[in-house]
Write a protein that binds this ligand. Structure first.
Ligand code: CTP
Length: 398
């Protein structure tokens, strides 16, 4: 709950501004008060009337409004909140913040505030990936600005990729954390999850039965302890957790690239069931029966081992690298050998014989293998396994 918390909500000028309306409602449902500030551009997307009605408060719109200055000056306004939230943070607003501009009410408040600031970036994928935006992002993060999202996905402009604003529930989770920093706050942890899909042709692929449930639970447990989590997931059957930086991938090669792009990290947890092989002669067009009755011959190539690649990094290796070992026999011996072979710090080993019901199920029974030896945990829900593992990660990163 956010009872009595005062949020100064700066709404930027982007199509995602409509999500700010939902956020205001949810914040008030949780007991927070919301003081809205609209940039001039934001008024092109949402009306001051709607925002004011939802917030139940005066909407602040322009810097040189003398009435406002008499009522509450911009300095006082910037200090009267417990948290400043920028939704959506456009490329322009981020650039202003990074450059220290103060040429309208929103940017002046952001310069004048002495309170924590959380931004939810939203923009076209090219604008997000532009070196200028990435430079500004790094500057803002170095200044201690908290960032939630953006997500990967289809955007209003018709393009696809990172840039879509985090969903209101994710922004709420980030707001909760801003008020209750956990033992992992300030730590960046990368989690891979789900299966990978390796294409045979544009409509067919090779996959496995991983649901992504355990990786999702681990990411959620880490978020709950305050970590900034980059969640890199293949096409899983469970929805991704709230409050993460979400990166969706399909193939093992894409997952490796996403992992490398997400580094540096304090810890990396490789819970994904990555396909060991891909189809080397995948076709660009749909394979057709040729009438001979013969099946097409598929050639396989080995995929890069993401866990082993990151474990072996000479520079930029996360302090803690955790792998999983899905085994059907000699679990302890196989997993112990796997830890040595892959060069990771810990292995979470489990028995995935169908009789255990673990793969795709709600429970897991694991053995944690570290340098010190092995530790068998009882059969627990995947959420409980995740919480135990997250608690161990807290100790390891302390
Ligand atoms: N893994 C990975 N990249 C791969 C394959 C696996 O990062 N290309 C990671 C998984 O995320 C997991 C660990 O390696 O953390 C072990 O995966 P598993 O499939 O159990 O082991 P394999 O490498 O396939 O070994 P084996 O074939 O001997 O079972």
């Amino acid at each position: 709950m956010l009872d009595g918390k005062r949020i100064l909500l700066i709404i930027g000028g982007g199509i995602a501004a409509y999500k700010a309306l939902d956020l205001i409602r949810r914040l008030r449902d949780r007991g927070a008060s919301v003081t809205p500030v609209l940039t001039r551009a934001a008024e092109e997307f949402v009306t001051p009337l709607t925002v004011g009605a939802l917030a139940g408060q005066k909407v602040y719109r322009a810097l040189f409004d003398l009435t406002d200055e008499a009522e509450m000056g911009h300095i006082q306004l910037s200090r009267s909140a417990d948290l400043v939230v920028v939704v959506p943070a456009t490329a322009d607003l981020m650039a202003k913040m990074a450059g220290g501009h103060a040429d309208d009410l929103a940017s002046t408040l952001l310069m004048a505030t002495d309170k924590p600031v959380l931004i939810a970036p939203a923009m076209n994928v090219r604008m997000w990936l532009h070196p200028a935006t990435q430079r500004n992002l790094a500057l803002l993060q170095a200044d201690g600005i908290r960032v939630v999202g953006p997500d990967d996905g289809a955007m209003a402009c018709g393009e696809f990729g990172p840039g879509r604003m985090a969903e209101p529930m994710d922004i709420l989770a980030a707001i909760d954390h801003a008020f209750a920093p956990g033992p992992l706050s300030g730590k960046h942890i990368l989690v891979t999850s789900g299966p990978t899909h390796e294409p045979i042709d544009p409509v067919r692929y090779i996959a496995n039965r991983s649901s992504g449930a355990q990786g999702t639970a681990i990411a959620a447990a880490l978020v709950a302890l305050g970590a900034g989590v980059t969640f890199i997931t293949g096409p899983a059957s469970v929805p991704p957790p709230a409050g993460v930086h979400l990166v969706r991938v399909e193939t093992a090669a894409e997952m490796l690239a996403a992992v490398e792009a997400a580094l540096p990290a304090d810890a990396a947890i490789f819970a994904a069931a990555v396909a060991d092989w891909r189809v080397a002669n995948a076709s660009d067009t749909k394979l057709k029966k040729d009438g001979s009755g013969r099946a097409p011959a598929l050639d396989f190539a080995q995929n890069p081992d993401i866990l082993a690649t990151v474990s072996a990094m000479a520079e930029g290796r996360p302090r803690l690298v955790v792998g999983f070992a899905a085994e059907t026999n000699d679990v302890l011996a196989n997993a112990t050998a796997k830890r040595a072979r892959k060069g990771c710090d810990w292995i979470v080993a489990n028995d995935v014989r169908p009789a255990t019901g673990i793969m795709g199920g709600a429970e897991n029974e694991v053995t944690l293998i570290t340098e010190e030896g092995s530790e068998h945990w009882p059969r627990l829900s995947k959420d409980a396994v995740a919480e135990r593992l997250a608690a161990r990660i807290v100790e390891a990163l302390a």
